[in-house]
Write a protein that binds this ligand. Structure first.
Ligand code: DX5
Ligand code: ZN
Length: 215
Protein backbone atom coordinates (compact mmCIF):
# COMPACT_ATOMS: atom_id res chain seq x y z
CA UNK A 1 0.00 0.00 0.00
CA UNK A 2 1.18 3.50 -0.84
CA UNK A 3 1.25 6.01 2.03
CA UNK A 4 1.36 9.78 1.61
CA UNK A 5 3.16 12.23 3.88
CA UNK A 6 2.47 15.86 2.85
CA UNK A 7 5.37 18.17 3.70
CA UNK A 8 4.22 21.14 5.77
CA UNK A 9 7.18 23.13 4.43
CA UNK A 10 4.98 24.10 1.47
CA UNK A 11 2.04 25.15 3.66
CA UNK A 12 0.98 28.58 4.90
CA UNK A 13 2.95 28.85 8.16
CA UNK A 14 0.48 31.41 9.54
CA UNK A 15 -2.16 28.64 9.49
CA UNK A 16 0.04 25.64 10.28
CA UNK A 17 -2.49 23.89 12.52
CA UNK A 18 -5.31 24.13 9.99
CA UNK A 19 -3.01 22.99 7.18
CA UNK A 20 -1.91 19.91 9.14
CA UNK A 21 -5.52 19.05 9.99
CA UNK A 22 -6.53 19.47 6.34
CA UNK A 23 -3.86 16.97 5.21
CA UNK A 24 -5.24 14.40 7.63
CA UNK A 25 -8.79 15.07 6.41
CA UNK A 26 -7.57 14.69 2.81
CA UNK A 27 -6.59 11.08 3.57
CA UNK A 28 -2.84 11.41 4.15
CA UNK A 29 -1.47 8.71 6.46
CA UNK A 30 1.17 10.99 7.94
CA UNK A 31 2.36 14.57 8.09
CA UNK A 32 5.97 15.27 7.10
CA UNK A 33 7.65 17.92 9.27
CA UNK A 34 11.00 19.26 8.01
CA UNK A 35 13.35 20.43 10.74
CA UNK A 36 16.42 22.36 9.47
CA UNK A 37 19.15 23.93 11.57
CA UNK A 38 20.93 26.25 9.11
CA UNK A 39 24.07 24.15 9.59
CA UNK A 40 23.45 20.67 8.20
CA UNK A 41 21.49 22.41 5.43
CA UNK A 42 21.57 26.10 4.46
CA UNK A 43 18.05 26.84 5.71
CA UNK A 44 16.22 27.19 9.03
CA UNK A 45 12.63 26.05 9.49
CA UNK A 46 11.04 25.07 12.80
CA UNK A 47 11.74 23.11 15.96
CA UNK A 48 10.16 21.12 18.78
CA UNK A 49 8.00 23.95 20.26
CA UNK A 50 6.14 24.33 16.97
CA UNK A 51 5.57 20.58 16.72
CA UNK A 52 4.30 20.60 20.30
CA UNK A 53 1.68 23.22 19.40
CA UNK A 54 0.69 21.36 16.24
CA UNK A 55 0.10 18.18 18.25
CA UNK A 56 -3.20 19.66 19.49
CA UNK A 57 -4.50 20.18 15.95
CA UNK A 58 -4.53 16.66 14.50
CA UNK A 59 -4.20 13.00 15.47
CA UNK A 60 -2.10 12.38 12.29
CA UNK A 61 1.16 10.46 12.51
CA UNK A 62 3.96 13.02 12.81
CA UNK A 63 6.80 12.01 10.48
CA UNK A 64 9.68 14.26 11.55
CA UNK A 65 12.59 14.67 9.09
CA UNK A 66 15.62 16.02 10.94
CA UNK A 67 18.06 17.89 8.69
CA UNK A 68 20.29 18.84 11.61
CA UNK A 69 23.95 18.18 12.43
CA UNK A 70 23.50 16.38 15.76
CA UNK A 71 20.12 14.61 15.76
CA UNK A 72 20.97 12.41 18.79
CA UNK A 73 21.06 15.46 21.05
CA UNK A 74 17.47 16.45 20.18
CA UNK A 75 15.65 13.09 19.96
CA UNK A 76 14.13 13.43 23.44
CA UNK A 77 12.88 16.95 22.68
CA UNK A 78 11.10 15.82 19.53
CA UNK A 79 9.64 12.85 21.35
CA UNK A 80 8.33 15.18 24.06
CA UNK A 81 6.83 17.42 21.38
CA UNK A 82 4.79 14.55 19.91
CA UNK A 83 6.81 12.99 17.08
CA UNK A 84 5.67 9.48 16.12
CA UNK A 85 8.58 8.74 13.84
CA UNK A 86 11.96 10.36 13.43
CA UNK A 87 14.20 10.21 10.38
CA UNK A 88 17.76 11.52 10.64
CA UNK A 89 20.54 11.78 8.09
CA UNK A 90 23.27 9.18 7.80
CA UNK A 91 25.59 12.08 6.88
CA UNK A 92 24.95 13.80 10.25
CA UNK A 93 27.46 13.72 13.12
CA UNK A 94 25.46 11.34 15.34
CA UNK A 95 26.23 7.64 15.70
CA UNK A 96 23.57 5.87 13.59
CA UNK A 97 23.02 2.77 15.77
CA UNK A 98 22.90 4.78 19.01
CA UNK A 99 20.46 7.25 17.46
CA UNK A 100 18.18 4.48 16.14
CA UNK A 101 18.27 2.75 19.55
CA UNK A 102 17.32 5.96 21.37
CA UNK A 103 14.43 6.69 18.99
CA UNK A 104 13.08 3.15 19.40
CA UNK A 105 13.57 3.08 23.17
CA UNK A 106 11.16 6.04 23.35
CA UNK A 107 8.54 4.08 21.40
CA UNK A 108 8.92 5.90 18.08
CA UNK A 109 9.67 4.51 14.63
CA UNK A 110 13.15 5.20 13.23
CA UNK A 111 14.29 6.15 9.75
CA UNK A 112 17.60 7.00 8.09
CA UNK A 113 17.75 9.51 5.23
CA UNK A 114 20.33 9.51 2.42
CA UNK A 115 21.37 12.64 0.52
CA UNK A 116 21.58 12.24 -3.27
CA UNK A 117 25.36 11.67 -3.28
CA UNK A 118 25.27 8.98 -0.56
CA UNK A 119 25.32 5.43 -1.98
CA UNK A 120 22.59 2.90 -1.15
CA UNK A 121 25.09 0.45 0.38
CA UNK A 122 25.93 2.82 3.24
CA UNK A 123 22.53 2.16 4.86
CA UNK A 124 22.68 -1.64 4.46
CA UNK A 125 24.38 -2.27 7.85
CA UNK A 126 21.41 -0.62 9.64
CA UNK A 127 18.46 -2.13 7.76
CA UNK A 128 17.63 -4.68 10.46
CA UNK A 129 17.29 -1.90 13.08
CA UNK A 130 15.24 0.48 10.91
CA UNK A 131 11.55 1.00 10.17
CA UNK A 132 12.13 3.30 7.21
CA UNK A 133 14.77 4.42 4.69
CA UNK A 134 14.34 7.87 3.14
CA UNK A 135 15.91 8.28 -0.29
CA UNK A 136 16.16 12.03 -0.96
CA UNK A 137 15.21 12.85 -4.54
CA UNK A 138 16.46 16.46 -4.23
CA UNK A 139 19.33 18.03 -2.30
CA UNK A 140 17.84 18.59 1.20
CA UNK A 141 17.19 22.18 2.28
CA UNK A 142 14.39 23.62 0.18
CA UNK A 143 10.96 22.74 -1.21
CA UNK A 144 9.95 23.13 -4.83
CA UNK A 145 13.09 21.68 -6.45
CA UNK A 146 13.20 19.37 -9.48
CA UNK A 147 13.09 15.62 -9.00
CA UNK A 148 16.43 13.82 -9.52
CA UNK A 149 15.85 10.78 -11.73
CA UNK A 150 19.33 9.50 -11.01
CA UNK A 151 18.08 8.47 -7.53
CA UNK A 152 15.80 5.76 -8.95
CA UNK A 153 18.53 3.06 -8.99
CA UNK A 154 19.18 3.80 -5.28
CA UNK A 155 15.52 3.15 -4.43
CA UNK A 156 15.72 -0.12 -6.38
CA UNK A 157 18.93 -1.14 -4.62
CA UNK A 158 17.50 -0.53 -1.13
CA UNK A 159 14.30 -2.41 -2.00
CA UNK A 160 16.30 -5.32 -3.43
CA UNK A 161 18.46 -5.59 -0.32
CA UNK A 162 15.44 -5.45 2.02
CA UNK A 163 13.75 -8.21 0.03
CA UNK A 164 16.93 -10.28 0.17
CA UNK A 165 16.94 -9.90 3.96
CA UNK A 166 13.17 -10.47 4.22
CA UNK A 167 12.52 -7.04 5.78
CA UNK A 168 9.17 -5.38 4.96
CA UNK A 169 10.76 -1.89 4.94
CA UNK A 170 9.02 1.41 4.35
CA UNK A 171 10.99 3.21 1.64
CA UNK A 172 10.22 6.92 1.58
CA UNK A 173 11.06 9.43 -1.14
CA UNK A 174 11.20 13.19 -0.64
CA UNK A 175 11.65 15.98 -3.17
CA UNK A 176 9.97 16.83 -6.46
CA UNK A 177 7.21 14.24 -6.06
CA UNK A 178 4.24 15.08 -8.33
CA UNK A 179 1.89 13.46 -10.85
CA UNK A 180 4.66 12.64 -13.35
CA UNK A 181 7.33 11.48 -10.92
CA UNK A 182 5.18 9.44 -8.48
CA UNK A 183 4.80 6.45 -10.85
CA UNK A 184 8.60 6.30 -11.33
CA UNK A 185 9.39 6.07 -7.61
CA UNK A 186 6.61 3.56 -6.97
CA UNK A 187 7.88 1.35 -9.78
CA UNK A 188 11.38 1.57 -8.29
CA UNK A 189 10.08 0.30 -4.92
CA UNK A 190 9.13 3.35 -2.83
CA UNK A 191 5.90 3.06 -0.80
CA UNK A 192 5.87 6.29 1.27
CA UNK A 193 5.70 9.48 -0.78
CA UNK A 194 6.47 12.90 0.68
CA UNK A 195 5.04 15.80 -1.31
CA UNK A 196 5.11 19.49 -0.47
CA UNK A 197 4.37 21.79 -3.40
CA UNK A 198 2.23 19.22 -5.20
CA UNK A 199 -0.19 18.78 -2.27
CA UNK A 200 -0.36 22.43 -1.19
CA UNK A 201 -0.65 24.11 -4.58
CA UNK A 202 -4.16 22.77 -5.27
CA UNK A 203 -6.87 20.49 -3.93
CA UNK A 204 -5.27 18.37 -1.21
CA UNK A 205 -7.70 15.46 -1.46
CA UNK A 206 -7.26 15.16 -5.24
CA UNK A 207 -3.48 15.34 -4.91
CA UNK A 208 -3.35 12.68 -2.16
CA UNK A 209 -5.64 10.35 -4.14
CA UNK A 210 -3.58 10.78 -7.29
CA UNK A 211 -0.29 10.07 -5.49
CA UNK A 212 -1.78 6.99 -3.83
CA UNK A 213 -2.76 5.28 -7.07
CA UNK A 214 -0.99 1.94 -7.43
CA UNK A 215 1.23 1.49 -10.51
C1 DX5 B 1 13.47 19.29 1.34
C2 DX5 B 1 12.44 18.70 2.27
C3 DX5 B 1 11.21 18.26 1.61
C4 DX5 B 1 10.45 19.32 0.86
C5 DX5 B 1 9.81 18.68 -0.34
O1 DX5 B 1 14.71 19.34 1.96
O2 DX5 B 1 12.99 17.57 2.94
O3 DX5 B 1 10.35 17.55 2.50
O4 DX5 B 1 9.47 19.97 1.62
O5 DX5 B 1 9.18 19.65 -1.10
P1 DX5 B 1 8.65 19.39 -2.59
O6 DX5 B 1 7.67 18.26 -2.52
O7 DX5 B 1 8.03 20.69 -2.95
O8 DX5 B 1 9.84 19.03 -3.44
ZN1 ZN C 1 11.65 16.28 4.10
Amino acid sequence: MIKISPSLLASDFSRLGEEAAACYDAGAEMIHIDVMDGHFVPNITLGAPVINSLRKCTPAVFDVHLMISDPYKYIRDFHGAGADMITFHLESDSNPSETIALIKSLGMRAGIALKPATPAETVFPYLKELDMVLVMTVEPGFGGQSFMENQLPKIEAVRRECEKLGIPMDIQVDGGIAAETAPLVKKAGANVLVAGSFVFKGDKKEAVELLKKPV
